[in-house]
Ligand binder design. Structure first.
Ligand code: HEC
Length: 112
């Protein structure tokens, strides 16, 4: 029994390492909001690209886009030939903002 518990703990620890690379508590929500408003919203207005707001996706979905220094977010935009100008700090700030404004948060943010 003890061994099983230890094994589970070990697995949890290893898997949390990659997941917790994003640190929403260290992120600057206000700055994340500013980036979203100034950069993302300009394109994702339903004309240039489909409408995207923090409130349109769940926390888990945002995490998938933003983890690993925004790998999936960059991949999606490279495919669309869009170059995003974001530092690692920006990505983390966006994560903090999208976390508090996600679909499954208390106050979903539409930035409108
Ligand atoms: C220059 C225009 C442009 C900017 C700036 C931009 N995007 Fe995009 N984005 C696109 C295009 C084009 C696509 C792919 C086609 C689509 O989904 O409309 C895309 C795709 C996405 C997707 C995937 C959509 C889905 O549901 O599959 C997300 C999420 C996203 N962008 C978020 C962001 C965020 C967050 C920012 C701000 C950091 C941002 N985008 C900035 C143009 C842009």
């Amino acid at each position: 029994m003890k061994k099983v518990v230890l094994l589970i703990c070990a697995i949890l620890m290893v898997s949390s390492l990659s997941v917790f690379a994003l640190n929403r508590k260290k992120g600057d929500i206000k700055h994340g909001k500013k980036i979203f408003r100034e950069q993302c919203k300009a394109c994702h207005d339903g004309k240039h690209a489909k409408k995207v707001r923090p409130a349109y996706k769940t926390r888990a979905q945002w995490k998938r886009y933003l983890k690993n220094d925004g790998k999936k977010l960059f991949r999606k935009h490279e495919k669309a030939k869009v170059k995003l100008n974001l530092t690692k700090k920006d990505i983390n700030d966006l994560w903090s903002f999208c976390y508090v404004g996600a679909l499954d948060s208390e106050k979903p943010q539409t930035c409108d």
